[in-house]
Design a protein around this ligand. Structure first.
Ligand code: ADP
Ligand code: ASP
Ligand code: MG
Length: 401
């Protein structure tokens, strides 16, 4: 007998037929004598629809606390419906919201981090031989207010339960049958991987492959929870995410794109010591996550600094820079949000020179201009025009696979 944690994403529970399909998968494992805890997301596009509703009321800035109050409703609907389906099929079941399942988070509304899970209730229900259905993506903070974990956060809920309950398996069911070398819905020739390391998956997820939320992979690595990504619609084995995998010949493991990026340029800054420090220190105070940075060569005693931030932090970044206008002068402040970051990832590139030039050649051959470049041991990212993003991923992928 094992303890199995499963997670089903929004498309897997999008309608009544899909909900019964999920109920059967759960009951199958339960009838084999396993304990099963299942995390579910909101149905289909429910979370997007709820966000749109909030913006009908307040287009600019609905409070984050009330946003969480609203968004948690999506997962509440799914857990109830899935539990009703399991009841109808004759198995014992209980649904729990995040707080009932013991999810304590910090107070960062809409992007809260899990502090701990009090597993008592989960354990009690398991001891009573119930199937437990838990609302993903949500928890409660120290003020007893509801919080959410950021988009795609149900993956993290599942990994957190698997880690704290010491589950034997953690299975992430979705609408594709595993992790591919690029988004299989967009890139022809994308290849399914049997296995991938936490580090490579972490990079792919952070660089835009939304098949797993990056915090969930971070947590899986930290607590050594082996994950399987698999299809809820087809019965076949998926992709295993773990610490070490068999060495493969491939230089790169995957390509990804991220369109949720904005580039901020501060033009005509005085070319003197301390400017970069003051600028990025201010951005850090505003909790803006800066990613790529480009500083031009100083000319005529001035220089330009450009940097990228997540799209939803672009306005915060502009405010931060503007608040420095007393500290130093600049000629212009420009925001560009029609850009995308395209990246390749692979542990193999560390020991192979020429990977970057191969990527740049693919883009050159396709006539795609690179605005910024950043590299690490296992990834290379370029910033390009958003309208070229899909084509860029395809040509780069074609070059390596
Ligand atoms: P869920 O609702 O199940 O959480 P998501 O939409 O968050 O599902 O993630 C699954 C989607 O991720 C797939 O439909 C696929 O289009 C996309 N995706 C992006 N990159 C990859 C990749 N490298 N491998 C597999 N799927 C990917
Ligand atoms: N429903 C949430 C979202 O759409 C959480 C998730 O699906 O993981 O982001
Ligand atoms: Mg997801």
């Amino acid at each position: 007998m094992s303890l199995i944690v499963k997670k089903f994403g929004g498309s897997s529970v999008a309608n009544a037929e899909r909900i019964f399909n999920v109920a059967k998968i759960i009951i199958d494992d339960y009838k084999k004598g396993n304990d099963v805890i299942t995390v579910v997301s909101a149905q289909g596009d429910t979370t997007d629809d709820l966000i749109a509703k909030a913006h009908e009321i307040n287009a600019e800035n609905p409070s984050k606390r009330e946003m969480d109050m609203l968004l948690t409703a999506g997962e509440q609907i799914s857990v109830a419906l899935l539990s009703m389906a399991i009841e109808k099929l004759g198995a014992p079941v209980v649904s729990l919201l995040g707080w009932q399942a013991g999810f304590e988070t910090d107070t960062n509304h809409t992007i809260a981090r899990i502090k701990k899970i009090n597993t008592e209730r989960l354990q009690n229900e398991i001891n009573k031989k119930k199937i437990v259905i838990v609302a993903g993506f949500q928890g409660i903070n120290k003020y007893d207010d509801l919080t959410t974990l950021g988009r795609g956060g149900s993956d993290t809920s599942a990994v957190a339960i698997a880690a704290s309950m010491k589950a034997d398996k953690c299975q992430i069911y979705t609408d594709v049958d595993g992790v591919y070398s690029a988004d299989p819905r967009k890139v022809t020739g994308a290849q399914k991987m049997k296995e991938i390391t936490y580090d490579e998956m972490l990079e792919l997820a952070a660089l835009g492959a939304q098949v797993l939320n990056n915090r969930s992979v971070e947590m899986a690595k930290k607590y050594n929870v082996e994950l399987e990504v698999l299809s809820s619609l087809e019965k076949k084995s998926g992709t295993i995410v773990k610490e070490k995998v068999k060495m493969e010949k491939t230089l790169i493991r995957g390509a990804a794109k991220d369109e949720n990026v904005a580039c901020i340029s501060v033009v005509g800054l005085k070319d003197s010591p301390g400017v970069a420090f003051k600028l990025f220190n201010k951005l850090a105070q505003h909790k803006v996550n800066v990613d790529m940075i480009l500083q031009s060569v100083g000319r005529d005693l001035t220089k330009d600094i450009s940097f990228t931030v997540p799209l939803d932090q672009a306005n915060e970044a502009l405010e931060a820079v503007k608040s420095l206008s007393d500290t130093f002068e600049y000629k212009d402040l420009i925001k560009n949000d029609s850009i995308a970051k395209v990246s390749i990832v692979g542990a193999g590139m560390e020991s192979h020179p020429g990977v970057a030039s191969k990527m740049f050649e693919a883009l050159y051959d396709a006539g795609i201009n690179i605005k910024m470049i950043s590299t690490s041991e296992i990834k290379i990212s370029v910033l390009i025009d958003q309208k070229e993003a899909d084509r860029a991923v395809q040509v780069v992928h074609d070059k390596f696979f």
